[in-house]
Design a protein around this ligand. Structure first.
Ligand SMILES: Cc1cc2nc3c(=O)[nH]c(=O)nc-3n(C[C@H](O)[C@H](O)[C@H](O)COP(=O)(O)OP(=O)(O)OC[C@H]3O[C@@H](n4cnc5c(N)ncnc54)[C@H](O)[C@@H]3O)c2cc1C
Ligand code: SF4
Length: 474
């Protein structure tokens, strides 16, 4: 424990966000620099608990008290090494993880928790600046070949672990760039894309091969993959969007969030989006249906595009402002979350259900009919609360129903579980021998940190399956 009295002396501190009116004019990340001296002081707040509950909250089992202590003592290089011993990509989680570790930090019982996520980000960025994060190619090759399908955090973590264990790894990605939802879901203002590219360079130098525009089951033959590889890891995410099947859904101007968000990232990356498929919020009255993170990302993106107005609707009731009694420490707290996008503009409305859409003479959405509803699970409409809202762009951000069925999954013949995700045994193997699954494709819509955790664990099982002597990550 660096400073036994640290948690009594220092208040929790975080970097400030750039002023909302400034940051909505650009696509850069929203945080100001946070001096390393301040981070060291924050590290001193860690009590190095005998039973560190932060571990139980962290899906990758980060050794949090260890690196808090290293940081406090200025032992940055050791902190970088310890951080990478459990997490391949702390620069992603240090930016966009909702930090379940902080929700379960013991200090959180009666004080604001240790600022674990910011410490993580500072350590890894120091590592990159100092040149301490280098390729770690395998010393020996196994002669075995593994195909990873999907290049989100699960696929990338699995690929890096397996490559370091000596296997020849090829990642197939149907999109034109590598990264999965890190690239095309999470907007630039939360995660600038050069952060992904920097890590991909390391992986390429270690020997991972990336193939883009390679849609397995469409332009990459599944039977050929089975012949060419000794094992396959399915990490194709949970891409099936939840639809709103109400009258008027077919009108022009109603889109899924994941039709809208990737286009903006492409523009930021210098691509031109074809006019016929362009979806832009500029000058529009935008309604976002879905009150979660994806909805908040649509909000921040719409504001940056210059929407005339943005309203975000949620069918669930407004959560309490502070931790609900139903979710005491160390559980993940049910409480109102104010994302950075919410500070930037727009309005949020709860307990509102969309009943139907109304269009203009040209078939464009013009209005949305909604009604206030009661509590779940019935969501009964409250008579007299019907309302009509003007909208010329509606973004559906109501979550995902699971992986795309048919195509690759059907051709491989892997069994699905009751929720429509890819079913696996306790070693992440699907119903087909030698075919494994990880991340959202296996567990359903989740978090980046869970995808990394699953990629690592699955790599361990694949490695064992391939029968090499060396163990990886699991
Ligand atoms: C808009 C949005 C914002 C989010 N924000 C956050 C956040 O801030 N923090 C957080 O922790 N989580 C966030 N999430 C969730 C997080 O991004 C996912 O849980 C995580 O990316 C899942 O990782 P994955 O590797 O399993 O799948 P994905 O990241 O979905 O990657 C799957 C990849 O597989 C590819 N693929 C699919 N099928 C095939 C095929 N047949 N052939 C070839 N390639 C294929 C896809 O193109 C995709 O690139 C967000 C999700 C969304 C939608
Ligand atoms: S629970 Fe909090 S105070 Fe305790 S070791 Fe973990 S980070 Fe430090």
């Amino acid at each position: 424990m660096g400073k036994p009295t640290g948690f009594m002396e220092f208040e929790r501190a975080l970097p400030t966000r750039r002023a909302a009116e400034v940051r909505v004019k650009d696509w850069f990340e929203i945080y100001e620099e946070f001096p390393q001296a301040s981070v060291q002081q924050q590290g001193a707040r860690c009590m190095e608990c005998g039973v560190p509950f932060c571990h139980t909250g962290c899906p990758v089992n980060n050794h949090i008290p260890d690196w808090n202590d290293f940081v406090y003592h200025g032992r940055w290089e050791e902190a970088v090494r310890r951080l990478h011993s459990t997490n391949n990509f702390p620069e992603f989680t240090g930016r966009i993880c909702p930090a379940p570790c902080e929700a379960s930090c013991v200090l959180g019982i009666n004080q604001p928790p240790v600022t674990i996520k910011q410490i993580e980000k500072t350590i890894v960025e120091r590592g990159w600046e100092e040149g301490w994060i280098l390729p770690e190619p395998a010393l020996e090759k196994s002669g075995k070949k593994v195909a990873v399908i999907g290049s989100g955090p699960a696929g990338l973590a699995a690929a890096q672990q397996l490559c370091r264990a000596g296997h020849d790894v090829t990642v197939y990605e149907k999109a034109d760039r590598i990264g999965g939802l890190l690239r095309y879901g999470i907007p630039n203002f939360k995660l600038e894309k050069h952060v992904i590219d920097r890590r991909l360079k390391q992986m390429e130098a270690e020997g991972v091969k990336f193939v883009t525009n390679a849609h397995v089951g469409v332009n990459v033959d599944v039977a050929q993959l089975r012949k060419d590889f000794d094992a396959i890891v399915l990490a194709g995410g949970s891409e099936g969007p939840r639809d709103l099947k109400v009258p008027g859904r077919e009108l022009k101007g109603i889109h899924f969030a994941m039709e809208f968000l990737p286009q903006q990232t492409k523009r930021v990356l210098g691509d031109t989006v074809p006019a016929e498929s362009t979806i832009l919020a500029t000058g529009k009255k935008v309604v976002i249906i879905g009150g979660g993170d994806t909805g908040a990302d649509c909000l921040g993106t719409s504001l940056r595009q210059g929407a005339a107005s943005v309203r975000q609707f949620e069918i669930m009731p407004k959560p309490p402002e502070t931790r609900s009694e139903r979710t005491p420490w160390p559980l993940w707290p049910l409480q109102l979350r104010i994302e950075s996008s919410h500070e930037e503009g727009g309005t949020r409305e709860w307990s509102l259900n969309t009943v139907h859409f109304e269009g203009d003479a040209d078939g464009n959405v013009a209005r949305l009919h909604a009604v206030q509803v009661g509590l779940p699970p019935k969501f009964e409409p409250i008579p007299g609360t019907e309302t009509v809202i003007e909208a010329d762009l509606v973004l559906l951000a109501m979550g995902f129903t699971g992986p795309i069925r048919g195509g690759m999954l059907e051709q491989l013949g892997v069994a699905l579980d009751g929720r429509g995700n890819v079913a696996t045994d306790e070693h992440s193997m699907t119903s087909e021998k030698g075919i494994f699954a990880a991340g959202d494709m296996r567990r359903g819509q989740s978090l980046v940190v869970w995808a990394i955790a699953e990629g690592r664990t699955t790599a361990g099982y694949v490695n064992a399956f391939l029968g090499t002597a060396k163990g990886v990550g699991a």
